[in-house]
Design a binder for this molecule. Structure first.
Ligand code: PRP
Ligand code: ADE
Length: 176
């Protein structure tokens, strides 16, 4: 494991049986509250994407907003929120998806990205990949060119990375 990965792993808190028995919840609030770990995670997430014409970072509610806002600032791009249903005021595209522990719907504004714009998708964690797969479909529906999908944490046993790679999305994760 690299020193960065070690540092990030140490900064993430694991909570057994949350929100349901059998789930080991990876709590990134401790990483976000650690100034050095937060900066190092964001720096590492963005570094391949500086100066290559990225127009937007799209973050998945809720934890993808925190990372995505910081990444967009660092890359001098716009930020696009992909939200749980019913939160966005203008015309949206919407999709249903299933999670490690439930089902939900997400949406984004139809005009948030212009066709052909280069986009980085971000969330804190990829588990089954259901959430990220749905976000990829929404982004492509409005014509986004997805350059990569980035996550701090990969839970490889749940197969999310493979699901995105099967959609021809480059996946970048910092900690497994
Ligand atoms: C978590 C996490 C990802 C998703 C990953 O969000 O932040 O968005 O689960 O799971 P998947 O790869 O199996 O789809 P959650 O749905 O708990 O929502 P929240 O961030 O709003 O709490
Ligand atoms: N989302 C899906 N699975 C998760 C986990 N184990 N920890 C945190 N967020 C999650």
């Amino acid at each position: 494991m690299s020193t960065l990965e070690n540092e990030l792993v140490a900064a993430i808190r694991n909570i057994p049986d949350y929100p349901k028995p059998g789930i080991m919840f990876r709590d990134i609030t401790t990483l976000l509250g650690n100034p050095r770990a937060f900066r190092r995670a964001v720096d590492e997430l963005v570094h391949p994407y500086a100066g290559i014409g990225i127009a937007k970072v799209a973050g998945i509610e809720a934890r993808g907003f925190i990372l995505g806002g910081a990444m967009a600032h660092q890359l001098s791009t716009g930020f696009v929120p992909i939200r749980k249903k019913g939160k966005l005021p203008h015309e949206t595209v919407r999709i249903a998806y299933s999670l490690e522990y439930g089902v939900d719907e997400m949406e984004m504004h139809k005009d948030a990205i212009k066709p052909g714009e280069k986009v980085i998708l971000v969330d804190d964690l990829i588990a089954t990949g259901g959430t990220a797969e749905a976000a990829v479909k929404l982004l492509r529906q409005i014509g986004a060119d997805i350059v990569a999908a980035c996550f701090v944490i990969d839970l490889p046993d749940l197969g999310g990375r493979k699901k995105l790679e099967a959609l021809n999305v480059e996946v970048r994760t910092l900690v497994a």
